[in-house]
Ligand binder design. Sequence first.
Ligand SMILES: *Cc1c(COP(=O)(O)O)cnc(C)c1O
Length: 370
Amino acid sequence: MDKAILDAVASGAYIMGKPVKELEAQLAEYVGVKHCLSCANGTDALTLALKAWGIGPGDAVFVPDFTFFSSAEVVPLEGATPVFVDVCEDTFNIDATDLQRAVEQVLAEGRLKPRVVVAVDLFGLPADYPAIRAVADKYGLLILEDGAQGFGGSIVMADSDQPSRACSFGDIATTSFFPAKPVGCYGDGGAVFTDNDEWAALIESYRVHGKGEFKYDNVRIGMNSRLDTVQAAVLQVKLKAFAEYELDAVNKAAALYSERLKGLATPVVPEGFRSSWAQYTIRFSDSAERDKVQAFLKASGIPSMVYYPKPMHLQTAFQAEYTLSFRAESRNLCPVATSLCERVLSLPMHPYITDEEINTVCNAVKAALK
Ligand SMILES: *Cc1c(COP(=O)(O)O)cnc(C)c1O
């Protein structure tokens, strides 16, 4: 790592240097898609995808109600309207049945045009792409896979006996290299993935000020969203460790957690799916029980976090009229997401956690519940 960083600094090519191009090729190969374009962070990656598709005013973009703010934030930033969709209680990911219901509601209301579904691979588990693709195909929606937490996860799809990797399921997929994600750098970073040549060319232009033939030929309004060479050098080292042993290590840790916490509502990984365990998140029966356990863990010196305490449709930023979908006017919107916010707790999780540490955490959780 030290050598990778020093070499990147010594090269003098601080932005989009050689390691950036090399990393993009390595990421594309790992994921199994034709194009990978790195950028400044995972939020910009989502914005670049929406720009490539020309999403704007009058467009409905369906977003799970239970996610990090970015997944929905980018939609009104482009002038489009987020329509919040409920999630599944056991996987935390978007519920394809409620997605269909939401699309039908938008069509019946007739004000917005359904264009995109943002499918988030929450906590490392890929969303249910076979079910989402069926709804998307029925209504002509594009799938934007927000793989910020999902990098490394996989699904064995019906037409294959080999697992397909996260960030290959969307028409465009994105990820984040924020330090706490499955593959993190030493600052901010992100990437966009697609098999589509035309969209890849547009994203390449958008990320550098809408460049045309060359840097000072600007053919569209774009962004400044590039990956620093030092971060790419860090990521080349991290990606190797991730592929060689870190992904296996987090899966081993998750299996031990689930075994030691048997009887509690531990995370569900459907048949044929594999998670990259950005978080290991358990559910309690209500907020009082969750808060009691979290307080007990804290008193025992064990960190834990509530991802996420607030569903998207209750975020203050989305109460403004221009982003408020008609769906939000109906009370009891996304009851599962709302309830999960009160009951979830994420436990310490990383590739280097020891069996002993997991035992300590699990014993504390069980003691708190006694
Ligand atoms: C972290 C995250 C993002 C944004 O990534 P940044 O690199 O922090 O901009 C987007 N979506 C989800 C689900 C995330 O967890």
